[in-house]
Write a protein that binds this ligand. Structure first.
Ligand SMILES: Nc1ncnc2c1ncn2[C@@H]1O[C@H](COP(=O)(O)OP(=O)(O)OP(=O)(O)O)[C@@H](O)[C@H]1O
Length: 414
């Protein structure tokens, strides 16, 4: 029982995948732990009680009434030593090997005593139900994930002083990020609409060509009338082909006809779902909309992959847009920069549960529209509002506080 409980779940799973018969039996037994415990206890008690009864009767025959004391002392030592401590110590020190070794025999034994254990099972369940208790034989999804995260950290921790520790730490961070994909939404990582390069469908095509050439990006959304009304996504290569194929002046190009159909996705889509959608649709670019269909921003395949592997810069990419290091070491950040990007670039741990942009975080913490020049201190950082436009915070200066001067809660000064 000790070995079965302590054996590594991931390892048994991996062995079973490689067709290891014994590992399959271990997994199978673990699925019905209730039966295993009942069978083992039955066998255990049967052996212990029979041995004690025999020893007592033999020793009484030899020493008279004192035989009871000798039998109790002798059997206690034997049972505790050879029946409990010794086998459990072996099992706990080598759970995987022990579990694999005993599993087939244990399964056969369980089969034989099934009629009795079934009876015991009913009685146990009946009694538990009487007290309103629930029986859990396997770990839930959340617990398994916790266990997996713990295993990753343990692995990283043990490699701390080895030559490959940096690689292992990076690999550990990637594995955590993969597990996060199911929890993070596109809203948290998208490029906000204000930072998206778009072109007006109604402007002269030659201007569009100039804008596409000037942009570091390959896919440019086209809007008609106002930026909320996206009518297509222009691929730079499609534009190049059209320009090349056309003998007339560029201004006669039909930009809307060249553009691909826009693909809109809800902002609450998880990164895992979006990754799958990108692969299934063989697309790299999606427009993120809120529940009313209003455009919030864009997300690309690269943005999701960066969540796993960290920043991927290609020859045209710009480092986190909207951040600049000030002379005193603080960072000037545009309001629309996402908290996730900042945390990643500067190794900070600002919370991104209540707001996804830095302006949103300041508004959330300040609980009012702050004035320019106002300073806030929270989450171990000092935030100074540098620029505001109407109700929007446009620029903030951020500086990590010295650990000693970190205030316990929000403090605002005008
Ligand atoms: N039109 C756009 N406006 C603003 N940001 C964009 C635009 N297109 C892509 N990005 C952003 O640029 C980064 C790189 O994305 P991605 O590599 O998919 O596109 P790209 O910059 O057009 O480069 P590529 O030519 O490799 O496709 C991502 O963060 C993505 O969100």
């Amino acid at each position: 029982e000790t070995a079965l409980t302590a054996a590594s779940r991931p390892r048994m799973h991996a062995l079973a995948q490689q067709n290891n018969r014994r590992a399959r039996i271990v997994n199978d037994l673990r699925m019905r732990m209730e039966q295993v415990i009942a069978a083992l206890l039955l066998g255990n008690n049967l052996v212990n009680i029979t041995a004690s009864a025999l020893a007592t009767s033999v020793l009484i025959a030899m020493f008279g009434e004192h035989g009871v004391i000798y039998a109790t002392a002798g059997m206690t030592v034997l049972v505790v030593l050879f029946g409990e401590v010794l086998p459990k110590t072996i099992a706990i020190n080598n759970p995987d090997r022990t579990a694999l070794a005993v599993a087939p025999l244990m399964r056969a034994f369980i089969l034989v005593v099934t009629p009795f254990t079934k009876l015991i099972g009913w009685m146990v369940r009946g009694t538990l139900m009487l007290f309103g208790a629930r029986i859990v034989t396997e770990l839930g999804r959340e617990q398994t994930e916790e266990e997996l995260r713990g295993a990753i950290d343990l692995h990283t921790e043990t490699a701390k002083h080895t030559e490959t520790s940096t690689e292992i730490r990076e690999a550990g961070a990637m594995m955590h990020s993969i597990l996060d994909l199911n929890e993070v939404m596109v809203l948290d990582i998208m490029i906000h609409r204000q930072n998206v390069t778009m072109v007006d469908a109604e402007q002269p095509p030659s201007e569009t060509v100039a804008q596409v050439l000037a942009s570091p990006h390959t896919r440019i959304p086209i809007y008609q009338g106002n930026p909320d009304n996206i009518v297509g996504v222009l691929h730079a290569k499609a534009l190049l082909r059209a320009v090349r194929a056309q003998n007339q002046p560029t201004d006669t190009l039909d930009i809307r006809a060249i553009a691909a159909k826009p693909w809109f996705i809800p902002s609450t889509t998880t990164l895992l779902a979006q990754l799958r959608a990108f692969r299934e649709r063989r697309e790299h670019f999606a427009l993120v909309v809120d529940e009313y269909g209003a455009l919030l921003g864009i997300v690309t395949l690269e943005d999701i992959l960066e969540e796993i592997v960290g920043e991927i810069d290609d020859e045209h990419d710009v480092r986190v847009r909207g951040t600049r290091r000030a002379a005193d070491g603080s960072i000037d950040v545009e309001g629309q920069v996402t908290i996730r990007d900042l945390n990643r670039q500067f190794g900070w741990r600002l919370p991104d549960e209540d707001a996804s942009t830095i302006a949103g975080l300041v508004l959330h913490e300040a609980r009012r529209i702050p004035e320019v020049g106002q300073i806030f201190m929270f989450h171990g950082f000092r935030f100074e509002v540098l620029e505001r436009h109407r109700n929007r915070i446009k620029r903030v200066r951020i500086r990590p506080l010295e650990p000693a001067s970190e205030p316990p809660s929000l403090a605002a000064t005008a």
